[in-house]
Design a binder for this molecule. Structure first.
Ligand SMILES: N[C@@H](CCC(=O)N[C@@H](CS)C(=O)NCC(=O)O)C(=O)O
Length: 208
């Protein structure tokens, strides 16, 4: 099972990047199904059977079908045997993962995605966009303060899913030309240099 291929649906977004990055970190075999968000690709019956809500990323591994980028990333770490050493480390990984997913991804960046990039679907909402940007800055300052000590990883002395989730959001913020404090930029630069990140980037963003 551990060595059987992981089928992955979706590419081209910061959320799908999380999955490819984890797969490359652990040198896992995977089969890519090229589904792009909000295209007719998403109507393929095979994709819908794995992701009935038409969301990417999704994976299938043996009998397991899984959605949600954070749950998939967590699964891949566990599959690779990378489980936290203690309840304290596990709790901090969860804290940063939940914080980044809820306060930076869902509440800030995805609001901008919906109302700035896709107003034809979700409506114009300038006030929501302005407050999402302000909210992003306040929450990113929390991240930056933690990273001010120059640590390589958010928690402990090795890469965790919290780093993958956070770096994907910093990348996303840069795509949106939002300001990123220097300590977070330095942290991102170190992790972007990892061979697994670069290999995943090439797969996730293959170009036109
Ligand atoms: N919480 C989900 C979000 C998944 C998500 O929203 N994916 C986007 C692309 S990044 C998507 O599939 N959008 C299609 C749609 O909403 O119709 C995760 O982290 O996997």
């Amino acid at each position: 099972m551990k060595n059987s291929t992981v089928h992955v649906w979706g590419h081209g977004t910061p959320r799908t990047m999380r999955v490819y990055w984890a797969l490359h970190e652990f040198d896992m075999d995977f089969t890519m199904h090229r589904i792009r968000t909000r295209t007719s690709d998403m109507d393929a019956p095979e994709f819908l059977s794995v992701s009935p809500g038409k969301k990417i990323p999704a994976i299938e591994h043996g009998e397991l079908r899984l959605r949600e980028s954070a749950a998939i990333t967590d699964y891949l770490f566990r599959l690779a045997g990378r489980v936290p050493d203690s309840p304290q480390i596990a709790a901090q990984i969860e804290q940063w993962s939940c914080f980044t997913l809820m306060e930076i991804d869902a509440t800030a960046l995805y609001v901008l995605r919906r109302h700035r990039d896709l107003p034809n679907l979700y409506g114009e909402a300038p006030a929501a966009c302005t407050s999402a940007e302000e909210y992003y800055e306040r929450q990113m300052a929390v991240v930056a303060a933690a990273l001010d000590d120059g640590r390589e990883y958010l928690v402990g002395d090795e890469l965790t899913k919290a780093d993958i989730i956070l770096v994907s959001c910093i990348d996303w913020a840069r795509m949106y030309k939002l300001s990123v404090p220097q300590s977070a930029l330095n942290y991102r630069e170190r992790l972007n240099a990892r061979p697994a990140y670069q290999a995943a980037f090439a797969v996730n963003y293959p170009g036109p």
